[in-house]
Ligand binder design. Sequence first.
Ligand code: UD1
Ligand code: CA
Length: 479
Amino acid sequence: MDITDQQSKGWLIGILAGGKSTRMNSDIPKVLHPIAGKPMVAHVLQSIRTATKANVSVVVPPNSKSIREQLDQNVSFVEQAIPLGTGDAVRQLQGISNKENLSILIAYGDTPLIKPGTISRLIAKHESSNATVTLLTSISSSPNDYGKIIRNASGKIVKLTEYSDLEESQLHNSEVNTGLYAFNGKWLWATLGQLKPSEKGEYYLTDLIEKAASSEMAIESITTENEIEGIGVNNRIDLAKVEQIMRRNILNGWMTEGVTIIDPSATYIDAEVKIGKDTTIHPNTSILGQSAVGQGCSVGPNTVIRNSIIHDRVEVIASIIDRSTLYPDVTVGPFSHLRPNTVIGNHSNIGNFAEIKNSMVGAYTAIGHFGYIGDSTIGNGVNIGAGTVTANFNGQTKSRTNIEDDAFIGSDTILIAPVNIGKRAYTAAGSVITKNVPTDNLAIGIPAKMEPMSEPKKKSWQIKLAKKKSCAKSKLGEA
Ligand code: UD1
Ligand code: CA
């Protein structure tokens, strides 16, 4: 039996996410605000899952489709009809608790930094001590933001007191309640009903501690390694603080795995991203969502990669890559934009100011300069000249452009889709292609014609030039 099996037997886990989120001042439930690209409550769930395989149930508000969608399939949900406090939220779990659930672990959905190891430690302590309640406390440098742990002269916990109810002498206590608790199930369900509402009309889960102490039940505690772990997110200032800590942890993790991060203070990597070793991330770069970057890549500076797969040895400079795949040895940028559903084959080069959308580009193809490729399939070894535009939209429908292997598209070619350019076909600079170009054919556009300038035109042009020259001279004189 490994540790998670051992820590799963007999346990039911509840995550509280039914609150009003008033202090966030948001239309989005607090627990869904992302930290490193992942909802706060999903971080809590992930830590719990690493520590134990026990069933998890999340207490949610009514109409909480968004919360349900953001969590994995293996959790159940119970509704708290009115947010009447943390004690009332836990009461909603009673209905799903069965007689095998001897112990109940409660976590709050707004404490995303609690580590799996700490959850394991709490479970182990609760089991070994056979306590009625076991708490996770934290020594905080801003203790007045939390409920405080009140101990008696012999150091035993006798009460948890919310800030608003503290007496003057308790204000300096720095040991606080993090909101992670293990309870004896039988005692919990028997005692929850005895909670009385606070002045605000809320049932505080924390009031259970005084009840346990006054009936001489054993109360145990463990403490976090540092105060950071115990941070609860109540407002957007807390959110930014936790975001920064989480991001730094992620970066430290990747640096340990062999990724070079030139400036961690200007690098943003989401929680779910994967990166191969000997990749270098340059400053002002974000790698977001479900992205994966291979080995030996160079990403940035000034780059955003979102939900994309970047294979080995790819180089991206100052560009945006969104929902796209880059095969090995591709180079992109500076200043290109790869929009969703774009695939670039190995060794291809996407240079400056190129926009590519919903297109497949083969291997060893060059799109080295400004241009727009949309809804296209481009083969291997193709050269796309500067200023090439696929005219994919006629105002009503979008059509595809197909360019076969080894074709050469001259600068400033406009390809009016739907259109097919055959293998090794060649379009001359400035041509407007309205019909398919067969294999090995050459398509030439309308060349500009030479004619003498009309007299009035010549005159006005010469006046303009003279003005320009005198203006430049007087500026030189000034200097
Ligand atoms: C709570 C604790 C406090 C502790 C702090 C730790 C209580 C009374 N106080 O205060 O001692 O120091 O957390 O971060 O428990 N929730 C519900 N239903 C409700 C109310 C809340 O599900 O009716 C959920 C919230 O969504 C949230 C969690 O419970 O995820 C905690 O609620 P919150 O209002 O943030 O409690 P705090 O005031 O931070
Ligand atoms: Ca809180």
